[in-house]
Structure formats: C-alpha cells, structure tokens
Design a binder for this molecule. Structure first.
Ligand code: NAP
Length: 352
C-alpha cells in the first residue's frame, strides 16, 4: 500500500469512528433525519465554480465521500441545469444508505431553459420537478425536497400542501426550505413539518442567527449552512489577485468577490489562519468547526472537487475548541468591516 493510500484509509477510519458518535439530527419527531455531521455540496462539480470537472473523477470523489462516512449529499434541479443531479444519480443512485437532497423552485421556459431571475413553485411545476429529479437521481424517493427560493406568487401553504402530498405518495421523505423568512417557515411548518432550512451562513454572513434561529429552535427544525466556506474565501483558497472563470463561475459577478473586496476582506482570512495555527487547524477547518460549534442541529455542506479538501473538511467534525475561544474569534471578525454585499440585485431580491 502506498503512503498516501495508507493516510487516506486512516483518515476514513477516524472520520467514521467519530461520526458514529456525533451524527446530527435535522428536524424532530416524524420529520427527523439523522445524517453525518457534515454533508457534501455537489454544486461546484458542474455549476458556478468554473469549468465543469471531469465526470469520472467526480463520480469517484462522491463514492469516496461515502467511504469517508458522509451520508448527506446536496444538489438541485437548477445546478447545470440538470447535469448535477445526473452526476449524483450516476455516483450514488444505487446507494440506499445515504440521503440525497434536491431542490425545486426556479422557472424554466418551454424548452426547459432556466429563465434568469424567475421563480416557479406552482404545484404543477413542483410535481414535474419531482418526477424528473427522481429519474436523474436514479432513486425511488427524494430524501429532502427543498423549495430553492420562496416564490411570492405562491402562498407557502400551497407549497407545503404539495410537498405533503408527495410525501404521502412516497416520492419525497422530508420537506426543506432555502433562504426563507421566519414567517414563511412558520406558515409552511403549520401545514407540514419542515425538517431543515438551508441558508448562507459563515463568519462573514451571520444573519440567520437572529432572523431565523429562534424560529428553528422553537419548532425543532435543523439548519444547513450553504456556501459554508464563503465560496472558497474562508478556506483560504482565494487570495488578492485571484481571478475567476468568465463562464460558469458566479463569483465573478458577486460584489464580495471584486478584486478590491477580496484585498480588503483578506484580513479576515489572516485572522482565521492565525487562529488555526494556534490549534493545528487549516483555515477551512476553523470556519467549519466554528459553524458546527454554534448548534448541535447544524450540518454544513462544503463543496469541493478535490479529495484532499474533502478529507480536510470532514475532519472538522472532530474539532473541539472551547466556547470562549470561538467567541473571541467571532468578536474579532465582527469588528472587521466587510466590503461588498453577498449578492447582486437579482439574487438579493430572492433571499429573505
Ligand atoms: N440553497 C442555495 O441557494 C445554495 C446556494 C449556494 C450553494 N448551495 C449549496 O452549498 C454547497 C456549497 O457551496 P459552495 O460550493 O458555493 O461554497 P463553499 O462550500 O463555501 O466553497 C466551495 C469552494 O471552496 C473550495 N474549497 C473547499 N474546501 C476547501 C479546502 N479545504 N481548502 C481550500 N479550498 C476549499 C472549493 O474548491 P476546490 O474544488 O478546489 O476544493 C470551492 O471552490 C453547494 O455545493 C450547494 O450544494 C446552496
């Protein structure tokens, strides 16, 4: 066995042992779903993170994630569109021991091309997405079906009723919402138990803490931070001078990723690096360890296309740091002015 193979094996054993102890539960009662402490965000393998990665190696990486103990995978109809679900289906379709979450809610034209900035959570569309996603994912049931963005044209009650019916029909197991306000969560949950809410959350974007955490806590709903490494910035992989692919990388259009914003915000990465150096952690592990420390019902879903990053990220499930030390770090980051908003106008209009 080569040295690197030995290290990989050892890491997977460590991760498996620890995840057995620290599995996390999203949601409660009949809506509860127990998964590994970190999930895998599959989006960047085909969508928004630069050139589409070679299919066979991404299939291998997803299978390796399962071997490392990961049981929760995140995709969406809109990623690609469609090719991300197809990839997940090819890699994990026949694996009934893991959970796959996907999402509906964007509008498409008659040729099934996405209409930029338009939403569609009509019951007819939700049902259509469900059937098509099941085929692409090569599964009999969708483990978590999220509304990707709240559609102002469709009352939350109507969306929740539709998902409730899909659950009754055995096509969906759990209901999730993305970037939903406390009011939408409350109204949806009244009709059908919400298992999990997914919103952007990391040390540079903490609005969820005061906007929705009290509601999640009240109803026993879980939380999945998306882009938990702030799209690579809080993993230290983006430095002043980094440029992004002009095609298929949305970071080139986000105000927080202009050259000026990257340079000015880089102090934050340096603070995470200093903290990590004191504790033997990488920048990504500090960010993910912090998120995991906030609540026992949080399951971050970092995305990666590299095995070494995946293992580094999963090892964050083992980070044990005193609450006071995390508080000192987050207070220090809070004092930093953050340059650039997280989304442009069109995307910002769709989040709570
Ligand atoms: N619900 C929503 O609206 C929504 C929106 C956005 C994303 N999401 C979900 O959230 C998932 C993750 O989000 P994301 O991909 O935007 O951002 P992310 O997980 O915050 O960051 C991903 C980026 O970080 C890099 N990275 C990962 N681990 C690293 C490490 N240890 N060291 C250095 N660099 C590292 C990756 O590059 P490498 O490939 O080189 O590792 C990739 O470019 C997505 O896959 C998707 O499932 C949901």
């Amino acid at each position: 066995m080569s040295v690197s193979k030995y290290k990989v094996k050892k890491m997977s054993v460590i991760f498996k042992t620890l995840t057995n102890i620290t599995q996390r539960t999203l949601g409660s009662g009949e809506a509860a779903l127990t998964v590994s402490p970190l999930g895998f965000g599959c989006m960047g393998m085909t969508h928004h993170r630069g050139p589409i990665k070679e299919r066979a190696s991404m299939v291998r990486l997803l299978k390796e994630a399962v071997d490392c103990g990961c049981t929760f995978f995140d995709t969406a109809e809109i990623y690609g569109p469609f090719n991300n679900e197809e990839l997940v289906g090819e890699a994990l379709g026949d694996n009934s021991s893991i959970f796959v979450a996907t999402k509906f809610g964007h509008a498409f034209d008659v040729n099934e091309k996405p209409i930029y900035g338009a939403l569609d959570s009509s019951p007819k569309r939700i049902r259509k997405v469900c059937e098509a996603s099941l085929k692409r994912l090569k599964r009999d049931v969708i483990d978590v079906f999220y509304q990707h963005r709240v559609d102002p044209k469709v009352p939350p009650e109507v969306v929740a009723e539709t998902v409730k019916d899909l659950v009754k029909e055995g096509k969906v197991r759990h209901f999730g919402l993305c970037e939903a306000s406390a009011e939408v969560i409350r109204r949806s949950h009244k009709i059908f138990s919400v298992t999990v809410v997914q919103s952007e959350y990391h040390l540079m974007w903490r609005e969820a803490e005061y906007k929705i955490f009290p509601t999640l806590e009240e109803f026993g709903i879980g939380f999945v931070p998306y882009s938990p490494l702030n799209r690579g910035f809080l993993a230290g992989s983006i430095t002043p001078g980094t440029t992004f692919a002009a095609v298929n990388d949305n970071r080139s259009s986000l105000p927080r990723f202009t050259p000026d914003a990257i340079s000015k915000n880089f102090t934050i990465v340096e603070k995470l690096k200093d903290f990590g150096n004191r504790h033997g952690l990488s920048v990504a592990q500090v960010q993910l360890g912090w998120a995991l420390s906030k609540k026992p019902w949080i399951v971050p879903i970092p995305g990666t296309t590299r095995a070494e990053h995946m293992k580094e990220n999963f090892a964050s499930g083992c980070v044990l740091i005193d609450e006071r030390e995390w508080k000192t770090l987050e207070d220090e980051i809070m004092r930093q002015p953050i340059v650039g908003s997280r989304y442009g106008k069109v995307e910002a209009a769709q989040v709570c």
